[in-house]
Design a protein around this ligand. Structure first.
Ligand code: SF4
Length: 474
């Protein structure tokens, strides 16, 4: 899936922490998004019941995924579309590139799709000689900048309008003003021409509907509609978990997705594709292909606990409340999927705990992600389980192993624990100021270089307990 970044998580985070502009842009955006989401949740009566309903729909779908995938496949074929299954990212790239070559495509327009980022589709199509144009405004910006998304809903969250104006000016060969109307006018004019000329439209899939064989796309810019209505051939690419059983389930998931993502009641456009154009249709594509990507999802499905991560509706709400994401932004995660859900699914999709096993540590385990998740995925529990998995697989470093080994031996004896607490309380005295150790401690430098260490309490819990017992005893 993701190409391995050159730096370790710690170094990527340090680099991100030095980027004040990015951090400011991310903070402003996540504050606005999470504030909007809270307001939307308050406005919708019985928010918790809607969350539970979302969880039930997703859990039922994932628990019966083979059944609903077969139903979806049969119904797409009945509607005149073709369905392809890809076990790996490489297979998915091969299928899509092959289809584009079969239709002699020169220009491909894409609407926003995280799964095509996951399988690294654009470089494969470009290598095969095609021009690929991202039509979502934020994705278009990132394509010009040669960057990857840093948020699953707001991919260019780390960029400000001055940076975007510079990028557009380079393409235009003249100055493009940095106000929003000027930027969108420029993007609209440039992209309209591409839509008109494109041979193939490639889309993602927010939710496929098994009972009707439909692919549903939600956008705020209408680019998915143009990508599917104008080109002769449409290829939709979906992760194999991205479906719901029945059309009526869309009412729940399409209410919760925009509310959780941006605080909108509905997105500006909801496009539903039901195969290629039929005789009575006034527009639509001539050929429709659905590519269903596994790429590690079957492995996640096989684990009763981890499979809950497949319930994700990709709303990005967990990013917006995560204190770690807020500080380091999306690129520091190094994966296509960042934030809390990315820290859960990346090691699992990659099946690589040696390298990606460090991502579950990009969390304070505060559980804000779990509290906000519209699908009620217990993210912090899954993060903890992944940490345990990494430790039991032996991927911790030698220092960690020795430190925790000693800690375990020392502290499992009540006498030594008591002695250590007393010794710490007395030994720290010369270093304590207003309840904190303010001096830098070499072994704990990563902590004490930037913040004070809370001092151990003067009185241990055991001593207080003893005292209280005496006080309440007659
Ligand atoms: S894990 Fe939950 S909050 Fe995060 S993107 Fe998925 S559905 Fe949204």
């Amino acid at each position: 899936m993701s190409e391995r970044p050159a730096l370790q998580l710690r170094d990527r985070a340090v680099k991100a922490l030095k980027d004040d502009q990015m951090r400011q842009a991310v903070r402003n955006a996540v504050d606005r998004l999470s504030g909007n989401k809270e307001k939307a949740a308050r406005e919708l009566p019985h928010w918790e019941q809607w969350r539970e309903q979302t969880r039930l729909i997703r859990q039922h779908t994932i628990d019966n995924l083979d059944y609903y995938l077969k139903m979806l496949t049969d119904n797409v074929r009945k509607a005149g579309g073709q369905v392809h299954f890809a076990l790996t990212a490489e297979a998915a790239r091969g299928i899509i590139t092959g289809l584009c070559q079969q239709y002699e495509a020169k220009l491909v327009v894409k609407s926003k799709s995280m799964v095509t980022e996951e399988i690294h589709l654009n470089p494969a199509l470009e290598k095969a000689g095609m021009e690929v144009v991202e039509s979502d405004l934020a994705e278009y910006i990132l394509q010009l900048a040669g960057e990857t998304p840093s948020h699953i809903i707001v991919p260019a969250i780390h960029k400000n309008r001055y940076q975007i104006a510079d990028l557009f000016s380079q393409v235009a060969g003249e100055k493009v003003e940095s106000d929003t109307p000027a930027l969108t006018r420029f993007a609209r004019q440039t992209l309209r021409e591409k839509f008109m000329e494109a041979d193939i439209g490639i889309t993602g899939c927010n939710f496929a509907v098994a009972e009707t064989g439909s692919v549903t796309l939600v956008t705020n810019e209408g680019n998915a509609r143009l990508s599917t209505a104008l080109p002769r051939v449409v290829i939709s690419v979906m992760g194999m978990e991205r479906l719901v059983p029945a059309f009526e389930d869309l009412e729940t998931v399409l209410s919760m997705l925009p509310r959780s993502a941006t605080g909108q009641k509905l997105t500006s456009y909801i496009s539903v594709i039901n195969g290629p154009r039929q005789a009575a249709d006034i527009d639509g594509c001539e050929k429709f292909h659905l590519v269903i990507v596994d790429n590690g999802r079957s492995r996640i499905l096989a684990d009763e606990e981890y499979r809950q991560s497949l319930n994700c509706i990709r709303c990005g709400a967990c990013f917006n409340v995560c204190p770690v994401y807020r500080q380091i932004g999306g690129h520091a995660y190094g994966s296509v999927y960042g934030g809390p859900i990315g820290s859960v699914i990346t090691p699992l999709l990659e099946n690589d705990f040696a390298f990606w096993g460090e991502l579950p540590y990009a969390s304070t385990l505060c559980a804000a992600c779990t509290s906000t998740c519209p699908a009620k995925i217990p993210l912090q529990e899954l993060l903890l389980k992944l940490r345990a998995h990494r430790v039991s697989a032996g991927y911790t470093n030698t220092f960690e192993k020795i430190a925790f080994g000693l800690w375990k031996r020392f502290f499992k004896l009540p006498g030594t624990y008591k002695f250590a607490m007393k010794a710490a309380s007395l030994g720290q005295k010369p270093l304590v100021k207003n309840g904190y150790i303010t001096a830098r401690i070499p072994l704990l430098a990563n902590w004490t270089n930037s913040r004070y260490l809370p001092a151990a309490a003067d009185e241990t819990f055991r001593d207080r307990w003893k005292k209280r017992k005496k006080q309440v005893s007659p």
